[in-house]
Design a protein around this ligand. Structure first.
Ligand code: ADP
Ligand code: MG
Length: 315
């Protein structure tokens, strides 16, 4: 649903030749000078959907974790373009029921998160209302000229890689993850990466964005997909592999590169770079999963998509 709405908006807008990259990637590229391009990304986080603060709920989370996550999700988008984050803008809708201590704690938490991630806060907006906490963070970053890694560059024969284990992030990682900013920049500096995205909607859904924008297909191999300990420990009607394929909010990087670049990467990578080769890009469209028995099955881009008109939440 949300992707159709975004496409609808995009097709209703005139092409802007002044805008290097508009709607459709992890960040927009707003401006460029002789040396660099400016990246901008924005994300909205809502109490009850992306976090739980409402103190009536037993699994409520601290404002410190909530503020940190709110910045980290945008940093993950900067990482996905191979960029360096610089500055953030912070807009808040604070519940009228809050007292001054709560508001102070929220602002202190944002200051702390900005220090942790070494970015400055350059502005924002503060308002209050009779609803739960809502947070919007916009992050500005930069990348050397013409070096931003887009979703659209995947080529047939490329190796598909992820930066860490997947699935089960709702057991905690979605609040505590470290955005792969260092890894994204390292990969951009040391390798030729054809396409990259961060996994926010789920492996299949986000791989689907790369495939669609690059006009290619993929074959991924179940046995090669790194499954997180958290996904292994969930006991519901989905297998750990299904969790790894479809759970949202992993915030690992997903990228494609030629086989020879992959081999070079494996020789020279530093300790903080984790690489899992999970399959290959194909000329034929469609995404196929090779299961443990060697059977090939077509998989859609199912993952976490915000639905309208349905009672649903991430948590
Ligand atoms: P991500 O998961 O990387 O944050 P999204 O799936 O949220 O990306 O968005 C995909 C693309 O659509 C991005 O380029 C984003 O800026 C754009 N987009 C999302 N919502 C809107 C909107 N309401 N208006 C304009 N562009 C939007
Ligand atoms: Mg993204």
């Amino acid at each position: 649903m949300e992707f159709e709405l975004i496409e609808r908006l995009k097709s209703a807008l005139p092409h802007d030749s002044q805008l290097p990259l508009g709607i459709g990637d992890d960040c927009a590229i707003l401006a460029e000078d002789a040396r660099s391009e400016q990246l901008v990304t924005t994300d909205m986080l809502l109490d009850g959907i992306h976090f739980i603060y409402d103190t009536d709920k037993e699994n409520a989370q601290s404002l410190e974790l909530i503020a940190r996550k709110s910045i980290a999700v945008s940093l993950s988008d900067i990482a996905a373009m191979g960029g360096k984050p610089q500055t953030a803008f912070l807009s808040l809708a604070i519940p009228r029921s809050w007292d001054a201590d709560q508001a102070n704690e929220l602002f202190d938490s944002f200051a702390k998160a900005a220090r942790e991630f070494q970015i400055t806060l350059a502005g924002g907006d503060t308002t209050s209302w009779n609803h739960l906490l809502a947070i919007n963070v916009t992050v500005v970053g930069k990348v050397p000229k013409s070096k931003a890694i887009r979703r659209s560059g995947a080529q047939a024969g490329d190796f598909i890689c992820v930066s860490g284990p997947l699935g089960g992030s709702l057991s905690g990682k979605h609040l505590t993850f470290t955005p792969r900013v260092q890894q994204g920049q390292w990969l951009r500096e040391h390798c030729t990466i054809h396409a990259m995205i961060d996994i926010s909607d789920g492996l299949l859904a986000d791989l689907g964005h790369i495939l669609q924008q690059s006009e290619v297909g993929a074959e991924i191999v179940a046995e090669q997909i790194p499954i997180s300990k958290q996904a292994d420990e969930i006991s519901d009607n989905k297998s750990p592999l299904e969790h790894a394929l479809t759970d949202g909010e992993d915030f690992e990087l997903l990228w494609t590169m030629s086989k020879s670049e992959y081999e070079k990467l494996m020789q020279q990578k530093e300790g903080f770079i984790e690489v899992h080769h999970i399959g290959n890009i194909t000329k034929e469209k469609g995404c196929f999963l090779v299961d443990q028995q060697g059977h090939k099955k077509r998989r859609g881009d199912e993952g976490y998509v915000h639905q309208l008109g349905e009672e649903e939440s991430l948590l």
